[in-house]
Structure formats: C-alpha cells, structure tokens
Design a protein around this ligand. Structure first.
Ligand SMILES: [Zn+2]
Ligand SMILES: [Zn+2]
Length: 206
C-alpha cells in the first residue's frame, strides 16, 4: 500500500463528511540522510469549505547513526499531525480550482490523489534527534584507540591517568627494577612503535 488516497468521492460529498484510512508503506522516505522505513498509521479526513483537513498518526523505523559509538541503530518514531490539503482541480467542473492554496496547505493532485508522503517526511524530520544515541548508557568510542567500549574493554588507561605525564611516570615506574636510565629512555621513545618486543626483552632480562 502507498501513502496516497483518492479523495474524489469525498470531495463530491458535503462539508463535514469524513473518511478514515489505515495505511502502511514499505517504500522508505529519505529524511535528509536519515532513512525512515516501515511507515504505518491512521488518517482521518474531513471535508471543509476549502479542501480537506487530515488528522494523521504515523509510526516509522528511523535508521540512525549513534553520535557516541558511530554504530548504526534503529528506533521507532511516532508522530501525530494535522495538515490541510486543497484541491488543484475543481471536482465538479474539472477546471483548475479557484481556491487559493495558501502558504501552509498541501495540494491534492489533478487526479484527486491526496499524498501524505511529504507531510509525513516533514513531521518525521522534526522527530529525529539532533544527537541520536543508540542507548542512554552508550559508552561510545575510546578517544585514544577508537575501540567501541560497548563491545570491548580496551587496554587504554582510565581518563584520570591518561595525561602524557601520567603515562610516562607509569612506564618509568614499571622499569625501576631492571634497566639503566638509557634503556628507560629508549623504551619510552619507541613505545608507540613496537612495545611488545620491549616487553619481551624485559621479561627475558628479568
Ligand atoms: Zn552508541
Ligand atoms: Zn582505548
């Protein structure tokens, strides 16, 4: 099913008449880079002197990227809105409608189809978090090694000891039992390159 409804019959009735529809669509909507899929909802249409007032509730699955851990995740969004649709063609004469569209109303097509897609897109856009987070306690990425801390504990030191001086002190402290000052310096200087070989050296020496 689509998000379009032919309202020719409703337009031919009297002001105040209503129609109700359930709808669902598998066709995703692009919300400026965020995809909305599995769209479903309910619409109530009321004929007015100017056109049709649609009262809509809808749900969609939003495909987001977590701002903390950068992993894709999905969330269900629910929206409720009321929009006005005005005819582009007069249903009785078949000529262009003389009713002004106005700034806020949507147009009913020349085939008398009322399409919710754009209204749903605009209202879903308002429902997207500016800073989406996959879950409230997402631990994000390690600022040092980039590991996803939701999935693994990395070997990086906790934040309070992560200053360069703290790391240096710890490295120097580790080596106090063995090695001369010159060996300590060489270890620090190359620790970002091949730390494992040095650890091996140290064990062999000790
Ligand atoms: Zn996350
Ligand atoms: Zn890390």
């Amino acid at each position: 099913m689509s998000l379009q409804f032919n309202v020719a019959q409703l337009l031919k009735t009297n002001v105040g008449q209503t129609r109700e529809y359930d709808f669902e669509s598998d066709l995703p909507i692009d919300l400026d880079g965020v995809l909305a899929s599995n769209i479903s909802g309910h619409a109530k249409l009321i004929l007015t002197n100017f056109g049709i007032i649609a009262t809509v509730t809808a749900r969609a699955t939003l495909h987001l990227i977590c701002a903390r851990c950068l992993e894709p995740f999905q969330t269900r969004a629910q929206i409720a809105f009321e929009e006005e649709y005005r005819p582009s063609i007069d249903i009785t004469t078949g000529l262009p409608s003389t009713i002004p569209v106005g700034d806020t109303a949507f147009l009913i097509s020349q085939n008398h189809n009322l399409d919710f897609r754009e209204a749903i897109r605009q209202n879903l856009l308002l429902a997207v978090d500016l800073i989406p987070v996959c879950r409230p306690d997402c631990r994000g990425l390690c600022p040092d090694c980039g590991a996803n801390r939701n999935l693994q504990e990395c070997a990086c030191r906790p934040e309070e000891t992560s200053s360069p001086f703290a790391i240096l002190e710890a490295l120097l402290g580790d080596q106090e039992q063995s090695g001369s000052p010159s060996e300590q310096k060489s270890h620090v200087a190359t620790s970002t390159g091949h730390p494992k070989s040095h650890v091996g050296d140290r064990r062999a020496n000790g």
